[in-house]
Each structure stands twice: as C-alpha cells, then as structure tokens.
Design a protein around this ligand. Structure first.
Ligand SMILES: NC(=O)c1ccc[n+]([C@@H]2O[C@H](COP(=O)([O-])OP(=O)(O)OC[C@H]3O[C@@H](n4cnc5c(N)ncnc54)[C@H](OP(=O)(O)O)[C@@H]3O)[C@@H](O)[C@H]2O)c1
Length: 275
C-alpha cells in the first residue's frame, strides 16, 4: 500500500487510513490488527469513540515499529477548556499506550454548546506539540470562520481539517478554501456511510473497471488529494478498500463522479450542531 501526503508542518501521513467510529473497544483490537496485516499504516480514532485502548492493543500486538503506524485521535467537545484539554490529551496517550500521537484533532468546534472554548483547546494542542506529545495538530468539522478564529491564539495553521466528504457531498468550495490555507482535506464518511456505494453512476464506473464501488470512491478521494479513512469491520472489505493503488480513474470518470454532488449531508452541520 502506498501514497503519502506531506502536511504543512512536514509530517508525512499515509493518505489512506482505517476509520474506527462505531467499533467497540474489544472489537477494535481485531479490526485494527486485520487492517495492519492488510497493509494499512494509519488509524483514525477519537476519545468519543471509546476505543483508543483497543486501537493501542492492536498496535502493540502487531509488533510494528512505532514509527510505522500513523495514529490519529480527537479531543472530545466537553474537554475544550485548558485544564480539561491537557488532562484529556494525556488520557489519550495512556489509553493508546503510546508516548506520542501522530495527529491530534479538535473533534468539533461545538460553538452552540461551548462558545469559543475551542480556542483554549487549540492552545493546549499547540503546547502538546511543543512538548512532543503529538507530532501534528489539526481540526475536524471546522468552517472557515472557525479556522479564522484559531489564528487569534496561535500562528499555527491546522495541518488537516477532517470533514464530511463523499461523492454526493463533495465539498468543492471547502476543498478550494482549505487548499488556499495550506490545510489538507481529510474525508470522513468517505463512502457516505455506504449510501454512495448504491449510486448507479458509481456502479457503472466500477463495472467498466472491474472494480468495486467502494474502490472507485476511495480512488476518487485519492486522486482529489484527500486523506481518506473508510471504516469497515469486515476483513474482506478492509482488504478491498486498501486495494486501490493499481488502477486509476480517467478525467471523464472523475468528472462523472464530481457531477454526483447533491449536497447530501449525512452528519451534523458544524454551524448548528448542538452536541
Ligand atoms: N470527525 C468526525 O466528526 C467524524 C464523523 C464521522 C466519521 N468519522 C471518521 O470517518 C470514518 C469513516 O466514516 P464512517 O464510518 O461514518 O462511514 P464510511 O467509511 O463512509 O462507511 C462505513 C460503512 O460502509 C461499509 N463499508 C465499508 N467498506 C465497504 C465495502 N468495501 N463494501 C461495502 N460496504 C462497505 C461499512 O460496513 P462494515 O463496517 O459492516 O463492513 C460501514 O457500514 C469513521 O470511522 C471515523 O473514523 C469522523
């Protein structure tokens, strides 16, 4: 498996990773081990997924050198204030059983519930980076106005913004915005939580290429420069989703997928999310 993106802080991230939202802690160990054996070198967890410990067990059991596995986790919304965020980042490391995390994200700006507390969280992530507890820091579900506000507390530009992005919710404007800021778009729910797999246009391209709909969508993300973190707990799908580096989509196929954008947001809107 290949393809690495260099982030704005020089950190290299494998472009394809395994998402583990809605995977129980116990199940996460086997799922992540399966992925590591299939060649994945990047796992996307979060405090809120309650499976950091399971992910950490898999990394330990894999026997892989620490620097061969890229681990992302995310700060839970209720821990944005300074002391809470400091404690929470240390708790992530303890649960993961790691000395450092590769990428730490603020999970949501959570402005409706916590106002601008996310600015304190950003200060803490900057401190954690300076202390060597995290290699790279970024955000998730941030709109341009939230990104602007971060610059009032630190010159650090987030390395990534992990946002909902899939063919029927392609985020073209946001992608251009992030590119202009030097931030890489990391696509969550990259398969549209499996909804986009049913799209007939995706199915037609998959049939033409002798590939699966999931492989076609993951390939579209890769060729658009997104970091992509499909989730699966199914060993055959975990392997299928990683077998995407020996074919490519041509310009017409890319354009046909681009044309599927219908503003089909599945998750919460960061501007109005109440959690
Ligand atoms: N930052 C955020 O706020 C946020 C929000 C949502 C998600 N995320 C991250 O993004 C990751 C991915 O998003 P997601 O889990 O919402 O959705 P997703 O990856 O778009 O889709 C996952 C669904 O697709 C199925 N699937 C996966 N590969 C398949 C294949 N080859 N063929 C058929 N079905 C397949 C999975 O089934 P099985 O598992 O049953 O195989 C699961 O039902 C999450 O795990 C998480 O790490 C972040």
């Amino acid at each position: 498996m290949s393809a690495v993106i260099t982030l704005n802080d020089g950190v290299e991230i494998p472009q394809l990773g395994l998402g583990v939202w809605q995977v129980d802690d116990d199940e996460a160990t086997g799922v992540v081990l399966t992925a590591l054996e299939a060649g994945y070198r990047h796992v996307d967890s979060a405090q809120g997924y309650r499976n950091e410990a399971g992910v950490g067990r898999a990394i330990a059991q894999s026997g892989l050198p620490r620097d061969q596995v890229f681990v992302t986790t995310k700060l839970t919304n209720e821990f944005h204030l300074h002391e809470d965020a400091r404690r929470a980042t240390h708790e992530s490391l303890e649960k993961l059983g790691l000395d450092y995390v590769d990428l730490y994200l603020i999970h949501w700006p959570a402005v409706i519930k916590y106002g601008e507390a996310y600015l304190e969280a950003w200060e803490v992530l900057n401190e954690a980076k300076a202390e060597g507890l995290v290699r790279s820091i970024g955000v998730s579900n941030f709109n341009p106005d939230h990104l602007d506000r971060l610059l009032t507390v630190s010159d650090t530009v987030p390395s990534v913004n992990q946002i909902e992005c899939h063919p029927t919710f392609a985020r073209t404007d946001m992608a251009a915005e992030l590119t202009g800021r030097g931030i890489v778009l990391e696509a969550w729910s990259p398969l549209g939580q499996a909804q986009d797999l049913q799209n007939p246009a995706i199915g037609a391209i998959a049939a033409d290429l002798g590939r699966t709909p999931a492989q076609v969508i993951i390939r579209w993300h890769l060729q658009k420069g997104h970091i992509v973190i499909p989730k699966s707990v199914t060993p055959s799908r975990i392997a299928e989703n990683a077998d995407v580096f020996s074919f490519s989509l041509d310009a017409d196929q890319l354009a046909a997928i681009d044309a599927l954008d219908s503003g089909n947001r599945i998750g919460a809107d960061p501007a109005t999310a109440t959690f």
